[in-house]
Structure formats: C-alpha cells, structure tokens
Design a protein around this ligand. Sequence first.
Ligand SMILES: [Fe+2]
Ligand SMILES: [Fe+2]
Length: 271
Amino acid sequence: MLTILFLGDVVGEPGRSAVIANLPRLKESHAVDFVIVNGENAAGGRGITPKITIDLLRAGVSVITTGDHVWDQKEILTFIDTEPRLLRPVNYPAGAPGHGSIVLETAKGKVAVINVQMRTFMQPILENPFPAIEAAVAVARRETPVVFVDAHGETTSEKIAIGRFLDGKASAVVGTHTHVQTADEQIFPGGTAFLCDAGMCGPANSILGRAVEPIVNRFISNLPALFPVAKGEVRLSGAVVQVDETNGRAISITRVNELIPVPPSETPATG
Ligand SMILES: [Fe+2]
Ligand SMILES: [Fe+2]
C-alpha cells in the first residue's frame, strides 16, 4: 500500500509556515509515502516564488501543483523549467513553460502526478481539460498505475465530471481552487478516489485566506482595494489517499481538516 498526502492551496506565509511546521507530524501519523501540495497562492496569496518552491520541497513535499495563479510571480516563467517538481496545468497550449505532469520514483514504485485546470468560471480559459487529461493519464500509465490528479477548478460539476471521466484510469482525482473543502470523499466504482475540493491551507478567520474586512468592503463598494492575507490560526485541509501500488486502485480516502493554533510568539499581547 502506498499512502499519498495531498494538501490544498497553500495561502501566504501563515499557510506555508503551518504546512512546513506540521508536515513531519502529518507524515508520521498517516504513514505517508508521498506528499503533494497545491502552491498557487503560497506567495502572499498570489503565485509562488522559486524560494518558496525550494522551501516546500526541502520540508518534504514531493510535488507542488498550481493553477490559474501559477504565473503571478513573474520569475516563475523562467524558473519552472529548472524545477520539474513544480507543475503548471497540463492543458496550457503547446509551448508554455514548464510541465503539467511528472513521474517520480518512491520506495514503493513510481507515482505520477498531473495538474489540470478546468474551464468554467476560470481565467485564462485553457485547452479542453478532458482530452488533455485523458492523454496525460495514458502517457503516465505507461510508467505506473499510480496516478494522482489535481483538478483545479471553480465548479463542482466540472470537477465531478472529470473525476468520473477518469474513474478506473487515475488512482485519485482531488479538486483545488475554491479554498473551501467539500465533504464528498468517495471511491468511484472503477477504483478512483475522489474529493471535489481539498480546501486550503491558510488563515481560518478569513475569506478564502484573505482578511475579511477588505473583501466585504469590496463587495459593498465595488472599488479596487488591497486584499492582504489574513492572520491567526491556520486550517490545514486536504486528503490522505491509500493506493494499491500493484494496480493503482484507491483503497481509501480520508479528509485532512485541522485547525493549527497560532504559535505563542505571534499571539497578540493582552492588557
Ligand atoms: Fe487557490
Ligand atoms: Fe486557483
């Protein structure tokens, strides 16, 4: 059995600090063999930098997926070709920097990870994700039956459709992007584990990881504003998927949803 830990969109410094600090404990308690995180909001909520990529990989992350925010930090455009463990969606037009999939060796055999972006209510609108993921999964399965897909998208229907489309072909399809965890974890009849959205790793008292007041004011005023990453306790969200590495079928999927207290050094002084 091969155990994969997936963590949803890491938001800003609070999110990445909590992931890095808690990863050793999560790996041990779930007997994790392989860690995937979505890092598209790791840099102040917007994209990911080369340094943050390296920090997450050094902390024990095997592969970092992204999504519509992948290019928000411009240096990633050149950096991504130097770090194959940082993925961008596989359905970018041909010629885009970086790659949308990777196969890595583990002590229990090879694991393929593929990142794909949905199209409904998403910008930019990429190539049709269905044929793109079908082709990418077929290529990956020439090397290994263990295939993990991060389906980055806004709507439940499109993510469920791609999960069902890949049933029996991928070991797991887990959604990202909404920052809100769904409670529909299940194993489809063909053996594919599914969760519509993993949720985020970011400040709990927030709106999708951002400070509450500026977002509420934006909805009221319609005026442009800054949306800083919120502070305080962090919610770590994701899933643990157990896979039979001999045939790629999922054995179980369990949601991760933990509230991490604020470290004492960051607790505001009282009195
Ligand atoms: Fe996100
Ligand atoms: Fe996103």
